[in-house]
Ligand binder design. Structure first.
Ligand code: SF4
Ligand code: SF4
Length: 462
């Protein structure tokens, strides 16, 4: 039951009351519940540290796979996506997506500050929230402009001419591919990435043609660039990078939620530039990419950073889907990481929390994923079994906001900070009966509620 401010007045979801649950769920209580479900039969679980459950506990359900084709059904005749058909690119050639002006004017232009954003007095749409949003994107806007929208090789950071032509007098030889991977991962973490994995170069995820609409948006050209996808060198490895979004900002409606994304696009622009520079100084070629050039999510799956979810994002083990992704193509040969699964796919089948919460009804409520999209949209690229996202509906919400929306990320049970509650919930994910229980627990504790009060709480923190 909801009260006026849209919060549950009694947190009793599926029979789990918050107070009852606290009584029940001292470790012993929670363990007993899970033991009843057969979860605790495996050795090692009893040693779990409830303050921050050990990796050992999660690894009960963690599996490594030889290749992405062992994790996902991918059509044998899978065709590469033309970047022209991404929802960002369509903003300049297939309006109207958002009414009345189309996505170009009503979203990109607001985002770039070319037309005013709404400051309608709604919580989260204040001048200071808007300033924070613009500031969060600042390094992306100047260093790698519109790389979040899929524009490649622009600005001083994502500069392919610079990074594809190293000036080191000679190439450093690593003793092995394994050593090369270790050194590059260590450097990447030091230089700003929160998660790093190495994937093989897989042409399937590279856009069939690249698309650049920056000059059109800025009024400097009438036609976007739509070019064959040709790398300046033959890539041997792809470094997949994930950047953690701030938890409090992710939970704050309005422009602050967008700032949570923008800050990480800025981080990835800076880190990508630095990591490419690191490789250049060892004599290797490297090109940093944001959302441009290729699909980041399958690359991140190949690099072992996480699993695909119902809402279409990557769920990482450590931060859930509170991550933004980037990648760096290089001609350095390294050992590759392996794709992992840890129960996300099975949990998503039951959970549907993101789909229930989505203000645009853009996330599939189907029980089972499919090979073909049912959205009728050219932005839904077929050929992989998954839950297809309705991009137009999603961007309709963005257009109204004048900013990105991240409600789906905020409500996802995987996104929470590592508390014992969620440690137990994650444990429950491993068994069918536990999946219902895990969502109930998440709801019962009020996690993922996007409340107007969160705006005040965000600004009240030091
Ligand atoms: S970003 Fe917002 S509108 Fe888009 S799918 Fe997520 S919740 Fe729905
Ligand atoms: S909210 Fe639930 S269904 Fe949606 S991605 Fe997260 S775990 Fe999956």
């Amino acid at each position: 039951m909801k009260n006026k401010d849209n919060t549950n007045d009694k947190k009793n979801v599926g029979g789990v009351d918050r107070r009852d649950f606290l009584k029940l769920s001292s470790l012993t209580g929670a363990s007993a519940l899970l033991a009843g479900a057969g979860v605790l039969a495996a050795p090692g679980v009893a040693k779990a540290d409830v303050g921050g459950v050990s990796k050992k506990t999660f690894s009960l359900f963690r599996k490594e796979h030889a290749s992405i084709d062992d994790v996902h059904e991918i059509a044998a005749d899978y065709k590469r996506m033309d970047q022209k058909n991404t929802i960002f690119s369509r903003g300049v050639w297939s309006p109207p997506i958002g009414e009345p002006e189309g996505l170009l004017k009503s979203f990109h232009a607001k985002w770039l500050g070319l037309v005013p954003n709404p400051m309608d007095g709604e919580p989260g749409f204040s001048p200071e929230a808007h300033a924070l949003m613009v500031a969060s994107w600042a390094s992306e806007s100047t260093g790698a402009p519109l790389s979040g929208g899929g524009v490649r090789n622009r600005g001083p950071f994502n500069n392919w001419e610079l990074h594809a032509n190293p000036t080191a007098p000679e190439r450093h030889e690593f003793t092995s591919k394994s050593e090369a991977a270790q050194i590059v991962k260590r450097a990447s973490r030091f230089l700003g990435a929160d998660l790093v994995g190495i994937a093989p170069f897989d042409e399937r995820w590279v856009y069939e043609k690249w698309f650049d609409f920056k000059d059109v948006i800025e009024g400097k050209a009438k036609e976007p660039l739509h070019e064959d996808a040709i790398f300046p060198f033959k890539p041997k490895s792809v470094i997949s990078l994930a950047f953690e979004m701030d938890y409090d900002a992710t939970m704050t409606p309005g422009y602050v939620m967008d700032a949570a994304a923008g800050r990480e696009y800025s981080h990835m622009a800076e880190a990508g530039h630095k990591i490419a520079t690191f490789l250049n100084h060892l004599g290797y070629r490297a090109i940093p990419c944001g959302n441009d050039t290729a699909l980041s999510i399958p690359i991140a799956i190949q690099a072992g950073l996480g699993e695909l979810s119902r809402m279409g994002t990557l769920i990482s083990e450590k931060y859930g889907s509170r991550v933004r992704l980037a990648k760096i193509y290089t001609d350095l040969e390294m050992d590759f990481d392996k794709p992992i699964t840890f129960g996300v796919w099975q949990f998503c089948k039951k959970c549907k929390k993101c789909a229930d919460a989505c203000p645009g009804q853009a996330i599939s409520l189907d029980d089972e994923p499919s090979m073909e999209p049912k959205t009728g949209s050219i932005s839904s690229h077929p050929g992989v079994r998954k839950w297809y996202h309705h991009n137009e509906k999603c961007f309709g919400v963005w257009e109204k906001n004048g900013a990105t929306c991240g409600v789906c990320l905020a409500v996802c049970p995987y996104n929470k900070l590592d508390t014992w509650v969620h440690a137990v919930a994650k444990l429950a994910v491993g068994v069918p009966v536990g999946r219902d229980f895990a969502r109930q627990m998440d709801d019962a504790f009020g996690y993922g509620e996007i409340k107007p009060q969160n705006v005040e709480d965000f600004w009240a923190k030091e």
